[in-house]
Design a protein around this ligand. Structure first.
Ligand code: ZN
Length: 347
């Protein structure tokens, strides 16, 4: 039942845009599976590739089928693969690893320096079919729909960041109310934080944050001072944990100011180039900083699916849905800065 060609959304030329093309359906090797794609999520990374900015031009070889956030169904299995069956609904880890590095051999696959990303370095998921190493497949339980399966990659970023430090009974500050920041806020709530405060300077994003997680305290830092919020909430000295999701140097400064002595920061936001940091402030406040990359394989996946089955609800972060022939509208929604997650339907 395998067709020869498929629809795929490809970076075909070194200029702005993506193009729907007919591409060959991938051939799998003995350790891979072929997945029929049902739904995909558009990521900020895909917007960089659409725009063909300096990062994309330096990183992405063309032609390249983009996309790495997906859910689908296994339709072919390589002969060495065990434990997976045809018809299994799945998502999957889009970081392809090597197994001979120091960290991989220590079992820390997410820290492998040889990691290659689907949709960036290898042909991606914005297509009717995707080949993936069986190792990377994450089966979806029946109670996790494809639409949520298609956003497990960014939810995984949020979970990995949020669970970097113990949140139970802690006060948590999240800077940056994009979809990952908002999902991290939902995770912090689920993980038992006391106050969860999220900041941004885009009122639409803060409105979405309140819609997704009604118990959040949102702060537009262009209008309100975090120190006033700390006083209003009755916090004695400041936040215990900060999750930086914006890549903004101003936001990081505000976070350092708003933390308690000995506070902890997980950094997921990517600052543009080098940015000045007041290191002496960080030293004298005895702050711990952790950089976060990707998702832990596969502990993050295990925990996020368990949390979804135990009441974590991030479904309202999906604000736009389009059929694949209307992909340009999906990218326009993303670029407007007024969307949450945008999901494309390939069925
Ligand atoms: Zn992504």
């Amino acid at each position: 039942m395998r067709p020869n060609t498929m629809k795929a959304l490809e970076k075909s030329r070194p200029e702005e845009g993506l193009w729907m093309v007919q591409a060959p359906v991938p051939e799998i090797n003995a350790d891979e599976v072929l997945i029929r794609i049902n739904k995909t999520g558009i990521c900020g990374t895909d917007i960089h590739i659409w725009n063909w900015d300096d990062w994309a031009a330096a990183t992405v070889p063309i032609p390249m089928i983009t996309g790495h956030e997906f859910a689908g169904e296994i339709i072919e299995i390589g002969r060495n693969v065990t434990g997976l069956e045809i018809g299994q609904r799945c998502s999957g880890e889009g970081h392809l690893i090597t197994t001979d590095s120091r960290q991989s051999r220590a079992g820390k696959f997410h820290l492998d320096p040889g990691t290659r990303g689907i949709g960036v370095n290898e042909q991606g998921a914005f297509a009717q079919y995707l080949k993936l190493p069986a190792f990377n497949v994450v089966p979806l339980p029946d109670d996790v729909p494809d639409e949520i399966g298609a956003i497990l990659d960014p939810l995984g970023n949020a979970v990995h960041t949020a669970l970097s430090f113990d949140l139970l009974g802690e006060d948590v500050l999240i800077t940056g109310a994009g979809p990952i920041g908002i999902m991290a806020a939902a995770v912090a709530r689920h993980a038992g934080a006391r106050h969860v405060v999220i900041t941004d300077i885009n009122p639409d994003r803060l409105t979405l944050a309140e819609h997704v997680v009604p118990t959040l305290r949102t702060v537009d830092v262009s209008r309100e001072d975090l120190q006033d919020v700390i006083a209003e909430l009755g916090m004695k000295e400041g936040f215990d944990v900060g999750l930086e999701m914006s890549g903004s140097q101003i936001a990081l400064d505000q976070m350092v100011e708003a933390l308690v002595m000995g506070g902890k920061i997980a950094l997921l936001g990517i600052p543009p180039g080098k940015s000045p940091v007041d290191w002496s402030r960080i030293v004298f406040k005895a702050i711990t900083i952790k950089g976060v990359y990707g998702r832990e394989m596969f502990e993050t996946w295990y925990k996020m699916i368990a949390m979804l089955q135990n009441g974590l609800d991030v479904s309202r972060v999906i604000t736009h849905r389009f059929g694949i022939d209307d992909f340009a509208q999906g990218f326009a929604a993303m670029k407007s800065g007024q969307s949450g997650k945008v999901v494309l339907d390939w069925t």
